[in-house]
Design a binder for this molecule. Sequence first.
Ligand code: G3H
Ligand code: 13P
Ligand code: ZN
Length: 324
Amino acid sequence: MNTREMFAKAIKGGYAIPAFNFNNMEQLQAIIKAAAETKSPVILQVSKGARNYANQTLLRYMAQGAVEYAKELGWEHPQICLHLDHGDSFELCKSCVDFGFSSVMIDASSLPYEENIALTKKVVDYAHQYDVTVEAELGVLAGVEDEVSSAVSHYTKPEEVVDFATRTGCDSLAISIGTSHGAYKFTPEQCTRDPKTGKLVPPPLAFDVLDAIMEQLPGFPIVLHGSSSVPQEYVDMINQYGGKLPDAVGIPEEQLRKASESAVCKINIDSDSRLAFTAAVRKVFAEKPGEFDPRKYCGPARDLMEELYKHKIINVLGSSGKAE
Ligand code: G3H
Ligand code: 13P
Ligand code: ZN
């Protein structure tokens, strides 16, 4: 399904839909098991990198298979959207629309404002003919985005959002309020340090900017990218078993919970799943150096990801039971 009804219900109900990236079978199985067990609507996201890694045809049919798998798990009416994450050209978005995706993102946020509008509108005009919903982005997230990296974020300007949404006709808007991609969302200089644990404490998100955007566009679906919380238990596990992720830090879950209650109705999480996968695999490798059956380390990775997804759904986004 596309995101229209999902988002309308999420805004009304004060929760957010999880948008989880997948690149392989174990991630997809874990996402579907978590969504089926909690009866949560879910967005399966495929990035350009995922398409290159896993092949777009395979991913698309895996997603279709996932719907059947969800039914097998006892979820009678699965609410699953297949979404292109960070589409960077009309051609890529068109190819996903033509290929059966139910939603696409056109991320032209690194272009000048008028060019962002023109490209977004072109994608919207095409996608809407097929009832495919379109996410756009305004503002720049710090970190790496579409192979364009920016050391600093530029918050979305609330005074631009009405003009942007009206002229493009987009269905949802990704905004910049201090989140960023990856496992290093803030530099140590941007944080304070907890004297007891020595862990970094990140600065708060710019909720004033979010409030101003919601005032301009009441009831309009807002999306948060870069919303992994970088769970310290996974970081510690990775470091304990030979990894090296010093000072990795994410968005505190309380802030995501607060955002979920607002017009933020889609929250993107990818890095946390990568951390869970890596932590579980490293543990097996460290504890059982003789193990060479991939099922013996991908299996535990899948279990840990499923636990993570369920936790996000139930305790952070509040989407549990919203797709009965
Ligand atoms: O926003 C980026 C997502 O985490 C996807 O990352 O381009 O490495 O697949 P990727
Ligand atoms: P994270 O890197 O915080 O998981 O963000 C993922 C994302 O925004 C995908 O589009
Ligand atoms: Zn993103």
